[in-house]
Design a protein. Structure first.
Length: 385
């Protein structure tokens, strides 16, 4: 049961989609999700017929109750985010099933008294919480969840998607990046991603050290988000004008998956300059795994769940919150030291293949879903070694 599901785009949507696809290989899976225009036939996916949060909630309860009456083999009601916790618990208690919820980070700290009362406070009554990082796990415990009811399982990636033919020059030509040393950012342009501040405080130094440097920004304003409504793209355009770096930034908007893979392959380094904001956290950073799968090192701020995605000094470089000088120096170092950049990329790819491939991640979910509440895990012990 989830609000976040394709065709909506984003990290949570990708996680839920891949989790469902992986589980369907060995289990029966039904998905109840929000209204969205869709032109493809979706097996066992039920969408609310009307847009909006309340229509989704009423439809989820109605459809969920029908499924649970008809399908005695359903063992677990799984919430795709903390937001749907009340719906999951109502159905679980009415029909005697286990209630489990996925926590991403922001869905635990979103600043709304009503949301905290209606959604977050009830996670302590679930049979298990799956956190996407150690940071998110500690947030859940802070909200009242018993430590032994929390499993930490990171998102996964399909490494093989990034191993296809490399067409660096064609991609650079397509996006106006010929002759450039490319720094790539990928993600929704939420404030917490820190793109505006990076352009203002780090990019001028980088361009000074590497005149051919160019920041390619993939993503748009989070129009599908329930919590983020700011026009961050307007602020980013303002920062570009303010710094006079028009020739060193490419705002590419949303791109097709095949084009995104080409950009990962064509770039030199991937950046995630996330801000340290108490009520708007970066729970993990799936793009960092995608960069690794493409054999690219990353430079990121070590906030939220990002340290779970990056092995500092080996698969990438982490800087402290607000350390824009550190971000600049690290990127300049990687852009000018080819041997170091390539070695980090090779290690990053091997690490993601060994630890974060979706087959392995789905197996970890299967283990967590099968563990009864009385068994539990050790204190925030990851079921994903």
């Amino acid at each position: 049961m989830t609000w976040n599901f394709p065709p909506r785009r984003g990290g949570i949507e990708d996680l839920i989609r891949n989790l469902c696809e992986g589980l369907k290989k060995r289990h029966h899976v039904w998905v109840i999700t929000a209204h969205a225009p869709s032109t493809v036939s979706e097996d066992r996916v039920f969408r609310a017929p009307w847009p909006g949060l309340m229509p989704f909630a009423f439809y989820a309860l109605w459809r969920g109750a029908r499924l649970l009456r008809q399908k005695s083999e359903i063992d677990v009601i799984y919430g795709g985010s903390v937001m749907v916790t009340p719906l999951v618990l109502i159905l679980a208690r009415l029909f005697g099933r286990r209630a489990m919820v996925q926590a991403h980070g922001l869905d635990l700290v979103y600043r709304s008294t009503l949301y905290q009362s209606l959604c977050v406070r009830w996670i302590q009554f679930c049979d298990r919480i799956i956190a996407n990082s150690q940071y998110t796990a500690f947030l859940a415990i802070h909200k009242g969840v018993r430590p032994d009811l929390v499993s930490v399982i990171p998102p996964g990636v399909h490494p093989e998607r990034f191993a296809g033919p490399v067409r660096v020059e064609a991609t650079k030509k397509q996006f106006g990046l010929e002759g450039r040393r490319v720094i790539l950012f990928v993600g929704r342009l939420a404030k917490r991603k820190g793109v505006k501040e990076f352009i203002q405080k780090s990019l001028p130094k980088i361009v000074e050290g590497v005149p051919a440097a160019c920041l390619a920004v993939v993503g748009g304003n989070p129009s599908d988000s329930l919590t983020e409504r700011e026009d961050v793209l307007r602020d980013i355009n303002g920062a570009i004008s303010e710094t006079g770096l028009t020739d060193h930034v490419r705002l590419l908007g949303r791109v097709a998956d095949s084009e995104l893979i080409g950009l990962y392959q064509a770039c030199d380094v991937v950046v995630l300059p996330a801000l340290d904001i108490a009520d708007d956290v970066e729970g993990f950073g799936i793009v960092l795994l995608e960069a690794a799968a493409a054999g690219k090192p990353v430079v990121a701020t070590g906030v939220g769940g990002i340290p779970d995605a990056v092995e500092d000094g080996r698969s990438g470089i982490l800087a402290g919150p607000g350390n824009y000088g550190g971000l600049s120096r690290s990127i300049i170092d990687l852009l000018t030291d080819e041997e170091k950049r390539l070695a980090m990329g090779v290690y990053a790819r091997r690490r993601v293949q060994q630890k974060f491939a979706w087959d392995r991640v789905v197996s970890a979910y299967e283990t967590a879903l099968d563990i009864g509440a009385s068994a539990g895990d050790a204190l925030v012990k990851s079921s994903f070694p």
